[in-house]
Design a protein around this ligand. Structure first.
Ligand SMILES: Cc1ncc(COP(=O)(O)O)c(C=O)c1O
Length: 359
């Protein structure tokens, strides 16, 4: 008998999203919960983006611009790219899936770090593409080991920089070596969802390294510092001929019209980005200090979240924090949880709850 689905899809477990506040209210009756589980911007969207959305709402009986012309124009001007070198998607998540679908078959192979953003693995499994998950070293992508994992049939190599869930970055020199050393046929994907938060002086963003390698695709998102997670806008920057293939595979109206206008407005709202970065820097320092005081280990974060080792099953602490109305993100059976940096008040609340549960 023909199997109903492929073995990959049979084995897939759905993406585990951060628990919504409403769900916690329904399940435990906690009414004043805070969510620090999904690395969203706690300050909210840019006011300019909100205004643009309000104006655009009246036209939501129209299909969006399938070619995302104005958004591509804004992004290309902002980043010094050609318009054909920019391809927006329904969140960078969709672009990750499209990359797998466009460039790989079950005869190919992809490489990513572990743990890294779990969608690399989910998309590979769904597509039936074999993969190698290369363990991180001290919570940082082990780029030499990733380069060594490349095989003759490797099509894609993903590096989240900085990484989710660990929050760490790879330094410029190691990244440059990877871009030079991996065989030129392999498409290296630098997933830079959190790059706007980075402060490390040895960080290099992918767009500034395009001269080192032709097959390089950089992914960015409006879901994090720009505060537009619900509107689902991300984009890929890379060689026009590669993005042209991805563009053939995508659904016709993959980026909705509210997202398109919001992203254009948010891109120009430098004040909102600066305020968000400063708030994050402040909150992250306080959260990091509190975790240290509690005797917990943490990876050095360049992002808007912290990867903390609780030295005991993370899920137990997660459950205890839920009862105090604090939603963090557990990871399987590990002793780690990922905590997003909230507003100043939310950071206070998280620290208080952690002290009660762990102190
Ligand atoms: C590293 C990384 N890449 C991509 C994404 C996907 O973001 P979005 O689809 O909202 O653009 C996330 C979201 O958490 C992420 O952490």
């Amino acid at each position: 008998m023909n199997p109903l689905v492929t073995p990959g899809i049979e084995s897939l477990k759905p993406y585990e999203a951060g628990k919504p506040i409403e769900e916690l209210a329904r399940e435990l009756g906690v009414t004043d919960a805070i969510k620090v589980a999904s690395n969203e911007n706690p300050l909210g969207p840019s006011p300019k983006a909100l205004q643009a959305v309000q104006l655009a709402l009246a036209s939501c009986h129209r299909y969006p611009d399938a070619a995302t012309y104005r958004l591509r124009q804004a992004l290309s001007e902002h980043h010094g790219l050609q318009m054909a070198e920019v391809l927006p998607g329904n969140g960078s998540n969709e672009l990750l899936e499209l990359l797998l679908r466009t460039f790989t078959t079950p005869a190919d192979h992809v490489v990513f770090g572990e743990p890294a953003f779990v969608v690399y693995k989910l998309a590979a499994i769904a597509q039936g593409t074999p993969f190698t998950g290369v363990p991180l070293k001290d919570h940082v992508h082990d780029l030499p080991a990733m380069a060594a994992a490349v095989r003759p049939n490797t099509k894609l190599l993903f590096v989240a920089n900085p990484n989710n869930p660990t929050g760490t970055h790879v330094p410029r020199a190691a990244l440059e070596r990877l871009l030079r050393d991996v065989p030129p046929e392999v498409i290296i994907v630098l997933d830079e969802a959190y790059m706007e938060y980075v402060e490390a002086p040895d960080y290099a963003d992918g767009l500034s390294l395009r001269h080192l390698r032709e097959r390089l695709i950089v992914l960015r998102t409006f879901s994090k510092i720009y505060g537009l997670a619900a509107l689902r806008v991300g984009w890929a920057g890379g060689p026009a001929h590669l993005l042209d293939y991805v563009n053939r595979v995508r659904a016709p109206f993959n980026v909705n019209s509210l997202g398109q206008v919001a992203a254009i407005a948010a891109l120009d709202d430098v004040e909102h980005v600066t305020r968000s970065r400063e708030s994050n820097r402040r909150g992250r320092a306080r959260l990091a200090a509190a975790l240290s005081e509690l005797g917990l280990a943490q990876a050095p974060s360049q992002t808007n979240f912290i990867w903390a080792d609780l030295w005991r099953p993370g899920r137990q602490v997660y459950e205890a924090l839920l009862r105090k109305g604090v939603i963090v993100r557990p990871f399987g059976d590990s002793t780690f949880v990922r905590i997003t940096v909230g507003t100043d008040a939310e950071v206070d609340r998280v620290i208080g709850a952690l002290r009660e549960v762990l102190g």
